[in-house]
Design a protein around this ligand. Structure first.
Ligand code: ZN
Length: 95
């Protein structure tokens, strides 16, 4: 089952910092560096949220600081990584 969220108007917002691993967020993919960031919690916690409306968001990417205006229908639902990305995963050869 999908829930629909509709936005009207243009919102100036800030990216969500400190995403909790395993939780779902609504956010955007940066037009400059392709970094994916959240701007709010996904109210459904499912990843099936559909976002529509004629609204949009003005938000600065937490990765590269580029500020863009994103249409609401570009919003993506994603689950924050469940693993800490601090260290690369896989075989690391120490030399
Ligand atoms: Zn960016």
């Amino acid at each position: 089952m999908t829930e629909e969220v509709e936005f009207r108007g243009l919102f100036r917002t800030s990216p969500s910092m400190n995403l909790v691993p395993g939780r779902w967020y609504l956010g955007f993919v940066c037009l400059t560096c392709s970094h994916r960031f959240g701007v709010m919690d996904d109210p459904n916690e499912t990843g099936g949220t559909k976002v529509g409306g004629r609204g949009g968001f003005i938000v600065a990417c937490p990765g590269c600081s580029a500020t863009h205006s994103y249409a609401a229908d570009r919003m993506v639902s994603f689950q924050a990584a469940t693993a800490q990305p601090a260290a690369p995963v896989g075989n690391v050869e120490l030399g």
